[in-house]
Structure formats: C-alpha cells, structure tokens
Design a protein. Sequence first.
Length: 61
Amino acid sequence: MIPEVCHIYCATANPVQVIVAQTEQGRGILGVIDGVSPKGVETDEDIKKRKQFLRTIGYKL
C-alpha cells in the first residue's frame, strides 16, 4: 500500500513533459522530456568570450 516506488528528479530551467503509460497493472513514468532544443554549438571564440565575461564579473576559472 505504498504509492511511491521511486523519486524522479529533473533539474532544468526549461519546460518539461512527463510521459506516463497505463496498462492493466497500473501506471508508470516512461521518461521526462526536457522541452527546449539547443540553440547552437559553442565555438572556441564563444568559449573565450564566456570565460572573459566570468573573469570580468569576478568568477574565476
């Protein structure tokens, strides 16, 4: 008579959807979809800019 079998943690700032399936035995979670595709790939120049910005605001790498 325990309703929880496990916990699922999803750490994201994006909208998510949970896929739930139902059979004769009951319901279960098949997975979690993190709802936003990547906007691009970080280039070497992007990495340099990001690291410089972090140094500028006082976050050391």
